[in-house]
Design a protein around this ligand. Structure first.
Ligand SMILES: *[C@@H]1O[C@H](CO)[C@@H](O)[C@H](O)[C@H]1NC(C)=O
Ligand SMILES: *[C@@H]1O[C@H](CO)[C@@H](O)[C@H](O)[C@H]1NC(C)=O
Ligand SMILES: *[C@@H]1O[C@H](CO)[C@@H](O)[C@H](O)[C@H]1NC(C)=O
Length: 305
């Protein structure tokens, strides 16, 4: 009996081994099948084509938060008369203008909803353009708080110094790279934004408008600059009486251009054709004083101090 029982157990063993192996096989098979059934659609849903690589630097980190913070700073503290503006809505319109879109075929229309939310009056006689003289022009409006460069208006203030772009295959910002104006494409989301806001800034200008130009470089008036390309051509002659240019020389530099130079004459001719009076002054004293504040020991500043 014992022997028989033993043999029957030993006879059962191969049978049980096969069925265990089969069970394991089936388990593994169905496990894999379920994994595949789940993984394939999830993979399809999760897969993102890689973001395009551009030559320019990518979107500024924390762009959304910076835009929102700057919007509140401007509308609550810098110009509280704009406190009614809806910063949440403005920043959403800002990012909606470029997210999920080809960053090389940006248009003025993309930014239209943003433009409508950020209209802002600049008083007549208070507009200050600049070209190749950013630092000095902004030093001046920091002191002359009644005057406005584009960067002293809400949108200019929000976007100053930032970079951004999206990607047509993704709803994310591209933090790795964005199109470079020269090397990738001219109608990129960033350049189109600045052209659009510069155009509106010039269209809104009235009375006597001012421009700070850099007399220490060769192209004091550069037709390819935003001022020369966009702003000059979007001034409205029926409300702009005169363009007053201030050609500023760096302290201690050899003058390369002045009001009598050919590039300034070119600006004068363009304005004449557009029926806008032009006047020009070298080293406008109030701005010269600011330059001297930064260079108090310089001999050319002696007469001021
Ligand atoms: C703008 O400046 C001109 C010329 O200096 C002056 O006649 C005019 O009254 C000024 N307009 C305003 C609104 O201040
Ligand atoms: C003129 O341009 C040069 C070169 O970009 C710059 O270093 C200088 O500060 C500018 N000067 C003025 C008056 O803006
Ligand atoms: C850029 O956009 C402007 C205005 O929409 C258009 O006239 C121009 O042809 C575009 N340039 C390029 C290189 O696509």
């Amino acid at each position: 009996m014992a022997n028989h029982r033993f043999s029957s157990v030993s006879e059962e063993e191969p049978c049980c081994n096969i069925s265990k192996k089969t069970q394991i096989c089936l388990c593994v098979f169905f496990g894999l099948l379920i994994a595949v059934i789940i993984a394939v659609p999830v993979g399809i849903l999760m897969w993102r084509p890689p973001l395009k690589q551009w030559k320019g630097e990518g979107t500024t980190a924390h762009l959304y938060e910076i835009l929102l913070g700057r919007c509140y700073t401007y509308t609550q503290i810098v110009r509280p008369e704009l406190g009614h503006k809806d910063c949440q809505k403005i920043v959403k319109a800002f990012t909606k203008a470029f997210l999920s879109k080809d960053p090389c075929s940006s248009t003025e229309q993309d930014y239209q909803p943003l433009m409508e939310l950020t209209d802002e009056p600049v008083p007549c006689n208070k507009t200050l353009f600049w070209s190749k003289s950013s630092e000095l022009a902004h030093d001046y409006t920091r002191v002359r708080q009644d005057m406005f460069t584009l960067e002293d208006t809400l949108l200019g203030y929000m976007a100053d110094g930032l970079k951004w772009c999206g990607d047509p295959g993704s709803s994310e910002m591209n933090y790795h790279s964005c199109p470079d104006w020269r090397e990738d494409c001219s109608n990129n989301s960033f350049s189109v934004f600045w052209n659009t806001v510069s155009k509106r800034f010039a269209e809104d200008a009235c009375g006597v408008v001012h421009v700070v130009l850099n007399g220490s470089i060769r192209n004091t008036f550069d037709e390819r600059s935003t001022f020369g390309r966009v702003e000059v051509f979007n001034l409205h002659p029926e409300k702009v009486n005169r363009l007053q240019a201030w050609v500023m020389h760096d302290i201690g530099s050899v003058h390369s251009d002045s009001c009598s130079s050919s590039s300034i004459n070119n600006l004068k001719q363009i304005l004449k054709r557009r029926s806008i009076t032009f006047s020009c002054q070298n080293n406008y004293r109030p701005i010269r004083l600011l330059q001297c504040v930064k260079n108090p020991g310089h001999s050319s500043c002696g007469s001021y101090i």
